[in-house]
Structure formats: structure tokens, C-alpha cells
Design a protein around this ligand. Structure first.
Ligand code: BES
Ligand code: MN
Ligand code: MN
Length: 462
């Protein structure tokens, strides 16, 4: 057994206990009722970073939740790895669908994780994955295996758009100076097919409000004679896709990068079973843009989805009413070269233009961000690839993900360095859903693989 493997084996109970303690704090950034818990989580992360060997750790205040910044600089002439992660989590709702309370972590086996998985909100996204880096640092500092400098930047607002982190990065170029950025906040294909995420989608998130009459009306007395905002809103939303599931907003596809036949063929080589996919989701068929495969639809193609829709009477029984207002929250996942602010503008003008004169519409942009792709020939990618070869015995497959970490594009723009996305989660981990979990095996494998990234990156940088 090499030393990192034995170190992990020897300390795994402690590694699990510490993660469980972190998961017990409900650091829900979206809900201000949890403010103190979010702040407490930042303090815990600071303490753990200090224990793991950082020389200095600061809680950097922002207009929102603080950023925990730590570093260990061993030699200015050696390369510097900047680790990014987030300590905030998504709200756990709907709570009643959890088999155990979201902030009372339990370890239990599943079909995919016979050795156990940790069930809790944030287990995978991102406390578990972020904490792998803290433990990898502990290994490297205590065993004299840290080959280069390391900086940590762990934020508390990723799940709400990283607005204040953007400002922090812009104002702290010197402090954050690095040679590569390392993140574990994505997934891999499967436990025996390691992969490195080479792309993330961008995002534009908007809220729409459709207003009809100035008050809720009797649907008998007025029905048929005035516009029903819910009828109109659903019709407008339906018109945003055509019969081939293309998005109908003029200009939406203008800058979308088309992959070559070769690139698509390369993508199609990644192991994927449509049957297993359907079975895992209990669906009879998949659905999406014509002429694209499932893996293409959820990674290299842009999308538009309603995330929530409400209005009118939804309580028990029946109430005959035409609501005055109807609302929806809509997200668009974007691909590289689509500018999220331009897309937001295009959506707004189109949505206003298609509204019948019988209603008024209001479009309110929320947050957004650019997509990201990273090449496979960088030193960082090569180092990650070698690290996986060491611990999985296989060359990882490069794979573009459908998810978004909007700050990654900004990192490259501001700090001029590439981000390497070494995710150890699985699609079945149910991030953002009830019963989120993270395999114990995945957690420990991450801790084992990360120090090898540092080793190879430092060697390749010479
Ligand atoms: N860690 C996820 C993103 C992710 C997960 C990327 C899995 C690839 C694979 C991140 O915490 C997240 O949830 N991002 C949000 C966007 C954010 C602006 C709220 C998302 O993708 O919806
Ligand atoms: Mn995340
Ligand atoms: Mn998330």
C-alpha cells in the first residue's frame, strides 16, 4: 500500500466524523432564517483549514456571506494550486420526501454504494467534495508530501449565484494569483469509469410575471371575456419551443458552437446506457431537441426550462376564479460563446413581444454566468489524468457537464488560469434533491487522488 492509501485507511473514521459534523449545520444560503448557521459553517471551515496545515486563514467579509481564504506558501518559486469550493447548500425542500432528516447525517448502504453513503443535504454538493481537499491538505502537510504552494477559497454563496465572490476575485488578483485552479464540485461517469469535467454550461435565470385584470375575478361572471393570466402564461411558455424542441427566441442560437462530427463521435464513445438512464428515472422515454443524443442534449446544447410556475387557487377543493397574476421562474442553460447577458435581453424582448395586448408582462432577471470549456492538453488536465490513473488504474474520460458553476469562467477571465474540475460525485447522488448522498468510497477515493494531482502538477510544471 502506498502512503496516501494507508493514511486514508487509517484515518477514515475521523474523516467521516468531521464531515458529518460539517453536514449537521444547515448552511442554506438562499434562506435568511439560516444566516447564523451559514456564518457558523464559515468558522468551522476556517478552523479545519488551520488544523489541516494552512499558515493563515481569514474570514473575508463581503456584502453577503464571507469567503474563507487560507494558504500555505512553502516556496515562492514553486507552483501554486488554488482550491475553490462552497460551504453553502441548497434548501432541503420538500422535506417530507427525505428518508432521514437532511441535517442529521446517516451512513447507510445503497445498491451503488454497498460500503455506505452519507445521506445529508450538502453531502456531495459541495461540503463532502470540498472537504476532500481539506483532508488531502492534512495528509500532505503532516506527511511532508506537499510539493507546492496551496491557496483555498471557499465561498458561501455558490447556490445563490456567487455575486460577491465575483467582486472579491476582481479586487484580489495578487492574493489569488495561482498556476491552476482545482475544484471538486462536479461528478464522474461511474465508480469504475473515472472522468474529468471539461465543460460547464452557462446560465440565465429569469422570473416572469403576467398581469391581467386588476383583481381576482369570478370565473363565471368574467370567464371568456377577459384574458386569464395563467392561460396566457402557459401558452407563451409553450411557444418557447417548436415541434423539434428548438428554442424559438430569435437570435438564441446565434453564437452556439457546433461540434464537429469527429467531436460528436468522440463524445459518443463515453459509456452510456439509455435503458439504465430511463430506469433510474422511471420514465418510458427521453425527450429533447431533435437530432441530438441524450448526452449531447444535456451538455453541449442550450436549453430552456420552467423551474416553477404559480398563480390562482391551489388550495383544497375548488374555487372558481380568474387570477389577476401568474408567475414562472425560467432558467436557460447556455453553452460556451453564448453571452448570458445578451441571452437574458433576448428573452426579455421576445417575451414582451409575444404577450397579447390583454395582459402586461414583467421580466426580472436573476443571476447568470458564462459557460466554460477547458482543453485536455494543459498541464493541469494532464496532471489530473495521471492522478486518476494512479488511483483508478484507468485513464479518465473527458466529459462536458450540463451543470453550471458560473464563477469558473470569471476565474479564467480575471485570474488568467485554467480550472481543473475533478468531481467525484455520481448522477445518482441526488444533489439538490431529497436524499442527497455521497458514497463513502467516492469521498475516500477523492482524498486519495487529490494529493497525486499536486505531485504530478508540480513535476509537469518544471
Ligand atoms: N455543483 C453544482 C454544479 C454542478 C453539479 C456542475 C454537477 C456539474 C455537475 C453547483 O453547486 C450548482 O448547483 N450550480 C447551479 C448554478 C448556481 C448559479 C445556482 C446549477 O447548476 O444549477
Ligand atoms: Mn456545487
Ligand atoms: Mn449546487
Amino acid at each position: 500500500m502506498n502512503s496516501i492509501t494507508s493514511y486514508v485507511e487509517q484515518h477514515k473514521e475521523k474523516f467521516l466524523e468531521e464531515l458529518i459534523a460539517l453536514l449537521k449545520v444547515p448552511s442554506i444560503s438562499a434562506d435568511s432564517a439560516y444566516k447564523n448557521d451559514v456564518l457558523l459553517t464559515a468558522d468551522i471551515v476556517r478552523d479545519r483549514l488551520l488544523e489541516a496545515g494552512c499558515d493563515a486563514v481569514e474570514i473575508c467579509e463581503t456584502e453577503g456571506y464571507p469567503i474563507v481564504y487560507g494558504e500555505k506558501i512553502i516556496d515562492k518559486n514553486l507552483p501554486t494550486v488554488l482550491v475553490y469550493g462552497h460551504y453553502d447548500v441548497q434548501p432541503p425542500d420538500p422535506i417530507n420526501l427525505w428518508d432521514s432528516p437532511p441535517f442529521e447525517p446517516v451512513i447507510k448502504p445503497t445498491e451503488l454504494h454497498p460500503e455506505g453513503a452519507i445521506f445529508a443535504r450538502g453531502a456531495c454538493d459541495d461540503k463532502g467534495q470540498m472537504y476532500m481537499h481539506v483532508k488531502a491538505l492534512e495528509y500532505m502537510t503532516t506527511q511532508g508530501e506537499l510539493p507546492c504552494n496551496v491557496k483555498f477559497m471557499i465561498e458561501g454563496e455558490e447556490e445563490v449565484g456567487s455575486v460577491n465572490l465575483g467582486k472579491f476575485v476582481k479586487e484580489n488578483h495578487e492574493k489569488l494569483k495561482n498556476d491552476v485552479i482545482l475544484i471538486s464540485d462536479t461528478g464522474m461517469i461511474s465508480k469504475d469509469t473515472p472522468s474529468i469535467t471539461t465543460g460547464l454550461r452557462g446560465l440565465s435565470y429569469v422570473e416572469v410575471e403576467v398581469t391581467g385584470p386588476n383583481r381576482d375575478l369570478h370565473s363565471g361572471l368574467y370567464g371568456g371575456a377577459v384574458a386569464n393570466p395563467i392561460n396566457i402564461l402557459t401558452k407563451m411558455i409553450a411557444s418557447l419551443h417548436d415541434e423539434n424542441n428548438h428554442i424559438t427566441i430569435p437570435g438564441f442560437y446565434d453564437n452556439v458552437e457546433e461540434l464537429s462530427t469527429e467531436e460528436r463521435a468522440e463524445m459518443a464513445k463515453a459509456p452510456f446506457s439509455l435503458d439504465d438512464y430511463k430506469k433510474a428515472l422511471d420514465i418510458n422515454d427521453v425527450y429533447g431537441e431533435k437530432d441530438f443524443s441524450t448526452n449531447e442534449r444535456n451538455s453541449i446544447r442550450p436549453t430552456l426550462d420552467v423551474n416553477g410556475i404559480w398563480g390562482g387557487y391551489t388550495g383544497e377543493g375548488a374555487k372558481t376564479v380568474i387570477a389577476s397574476k401568474a408567475y414562472a421562474k425560467i432558467s436557460m442553460r447556455l453553452v460556451p460563446n453564448q453571452d448570458w447577458q445578451r441571452i437574458t435581453e433576448l428573452f426579455k424582448s421576445h417575451f414582451e413581444a409575444i404577450a397579447p395586448s390583454a395582459v402586461t408582462v414583467k421580466v426580472t432577471p436573476h443571476h447568470g454566468g458564462q459557460g466554460y470549456v477547458t482543453p485536455t492538453n494543459s498541464i493541469g488536465y494532464q496532471a489530473a489524468s495521471l492522478a486518476y490513473q494512479d488511483t483508478f488504474g484507468k485513464t479518465p474520460i473527458p466529459q462536458r457537464s450540463g451543470g453550471s458553476i458560473p464563477i469558473v469562467a470569471l476565474f479564467e477571465e480575471e485570474l488568467k488560469s485554467k480550472t481543473i474540475l475533478m468531481g467525484f460525485g455520481l448522477d445518482s447522488d441526488a444533489i439538490h434533491s431529497p436524499n442527497e448522498h455521497f458514497g463513502v468510497w467516492n469521498y475516500l477515493k477523492g482524498i486519495e487522488t487529490i494529493p497525486l494531482f499536486y505531485k504530478h502538477f508540480t513535476a509537469l510544471s518544471k
